[in-house]
Write a protein that binds this ligand. Structure first.
Ligand SMILES: Nc1ncnc2c1ncn2[C@@H]1O[C@H](COP(=O)(O)OP(=O)(O)OP(=O)(O)O)[C@@H](O)[C@H]1O
Ligand SMILES: [Mg+2]
Length: 487
């Protein structure tokens, strides 16, 4: 039943052949035999004791491990082998570890299976039996991987690696889906760290160009004098130092997408050249006369006010309109309801696994601080704070201090019952408004009060309708995030 007769046999077999197998055995002869017997089907990695097994496992994350329970320095008491088993499972609870045990040691092997090993085999090893077990095991590994991928795809709050459960982000995802199908240039707007580059990648990956290159360049990071040749390439001898002809990024990104970050920094002569490329898909390399035509989609981004740059004469209006055929606004994190918390949990999960602190959780003070923070640096700031907190955390709970955020409960020393009541009210009202992105009716329903009462409460607590964190409270709901396409 487990062998694979599906249409995808070839690719599955290829993956199977590429799988790494860690053999942990203190007997060099057995290690050599295993390599000889299994080397054709697996990339065999070898370790002779518990410490090297852990080291090799960390370095390679092998899909399969064969583990001899009798490891040095006490090859006869199996505790070292069982210890190695638990070390490896702590690194990856899905690791497939097959125990090799001596004759008459079946009880220990069964103990190991009880502790999480996948299966066991008694010595002397029957190679056919071993190959069969490994084959079945790799089949399970592949099924698990496919299941994980499917689960990821079916998560409504993940779109092309972008996490977002808020209506605002769902608006962005829907917009990206729509524009990806076209070849129109896209202009991504949003504060620093809101995910503009991620959105650009999502547009590329969702487009028919997905098998072509995605190239990103930060226009501000390249000296003005070099930017033109970086983008459009140059001919040999075009300028001092141009020893050979060189293709520019627009050409290299042919049949793919070129992401121009910080587009507002483009110097005027390059703006002219880019405008022409957008109009005609043609350009000349620096120092060249030949017209080159390439099929490259331009996706641009900026966190600056391009319209203001146009008004000041720093950015060409005709180029602005060409680029802004479709505009997508990435909302600031503070306007995304509970997304900050969802992202925080995801980043914690990811970084804790990387730092081998899998059980790490947020403490209540940390969660409170996360909810109250305004996130001026948006998702990047959140990511960095959590990365640092995971490294710094000494206990099982991340504290507000680990995040370098003030615990809100410490900020407001309470002296009277009235103050305490108001603090709780403020916390709850703000939370409800955040959750519903400022929609009064929905927040009032959550809080079990009428709309007029909520307004009264907000007035009493000094929560304004446009307060940061409550994001411009409205009757009807938050502003639709992405602007409609402009032509
Ligand atoms: N919705 C999201 N889900 C998960 N990770 C995200 C999301 N948005 C952004 N990130 C992560 O946050 C970081 C910043 O994102 P990105 O570089 O795309 O932002 P940006 O708007 O281009 O920033 P900048 O303006 O500073 O260039 C990246 O590490 C990215 O992986
Ligand atoms: Mg960026």
């Amino acid at each position: 039943m487990w062998h694979d007769d599906s249409g995808d046999v070839a690719s599955r077999r290829k993956r199977q052949m590429n799988s790494q197998l860690l053999v942990v055995d203190d007997d060099p002869e057995i290690r050599t035999q295993m390599k000889w017997a299994l080397g054709a089907d697996y990339e065999v990695i070898m370790a002779e004791d518990r410490a090297s097994a852990v080291e090799k496992f960390k370095a390679n994350s092998p899909a399969l491990t064969l583990l001899d329970l009798g490891l040095p320095p006490r090859p006869n008491d199996f505790e070292e082998g069982l210890g190695a088993l638990s070390d490896l499972l702590a690194l990856d609870r899905q690791a497939k570890i097959i125990i090799i045990s001596g004759q008459g040691e079946k009880a220990n092997a069964i103990r190991a299976v009880g502790a999480g090993a996948y299966d066991f085999l008694c010595k002397p090893i029957d190679l056919d039996e071993l190959k069969l077990i490994l084959h079945r095991c790799i089949y399970v590994v592949n099924l698990e991987r496919e299941y994980e991928e499917l689960q990821k795809k079916s998560r409504p709050d993940v779109f092309e690696n972008m996490l977002g459960a808020s209506a605002q982000m769902h608006g962005v995802f829907a917009f990206v889906r729509k524009v990806a199908a076209t070849d129109a240039p896209v202009l991504l707007l949003g504060e620093s760290g809101t995910g503009k580059e991620m959105a650009a990648m999502a547009i590329h990956r969702r487009s028919t160009r997905k098998d072509g290159p995605f190239i990103a360049i930060n226009c501000n990071a390249i000296p003005e004098s070099l930017l033109e040749s970086e983008l459009f390439g140059h001919e040999k001898g075009a300028f001092t130092g141009a020893h050979a002809q060189r293709k520019g990024l627009i050409e290299t990104a042919g049949k793919g997408s070129l992401f121009l970050d910080e587009i507002g920094e483009l110097p005027p002569p390059v703006q002219v050249k880019l405008l022409r490329f957008l109009q005609e898909q043609r350009f000349q390399r620096v120092g060249g006369r030949q017209e080159i035509k390439v099929d490259t989609r331009i996706i641009a981004a900026t966190n600056a006010d391009l319209k203001e740059a146009v008004a000041k004469g720093k950015f060409r209006e005709d180029l602005y309109f060409r680029l802004a055929v479709v505009v997508i606004k990435l909302p600031p994190l503070r306007d995304r309801g509970d997304d900050a918390e969802i992202l925080a949990q995801e980043f914690l999960h990811e970084f804790a696994a990387q730092c081998e602190k899998a059980g790490l959780r947020f403490g209540q003070d940390a969660l409170r601080a996360l909810r109250r923070h305004g996130w001026p640096g948006n998702v990047r700031e959140l990511q960095n704070r959590i990365k640092r907190a995971v490294i710094m955390a000494e206990a099982k709970r991340i504290t507000a201090a680990d995040l370098e955020l003030a615990d809100s409960s410490e900020l407001v020393p309470v002296t009277t019952l009235k103050e305490a009541r108001e603090n709780v009210e403020r916390e709850m009202v703000e939370q409800a408004l955040r959750k519903h992105s400022g929609r009064i009716s929905a927040a009032a329903t959550d809080l079990g009060v009428s709309r007029p009462t909520l307004y009264e409460l907000m007035d009493k607590l000094g929560i304004s309708r446009g307060e940061p964190g409550t994001h411009g409270v409205t009757e009807s709901g938050a502003k639709a995030t992405p602007e409609p396409p402009k032509t």
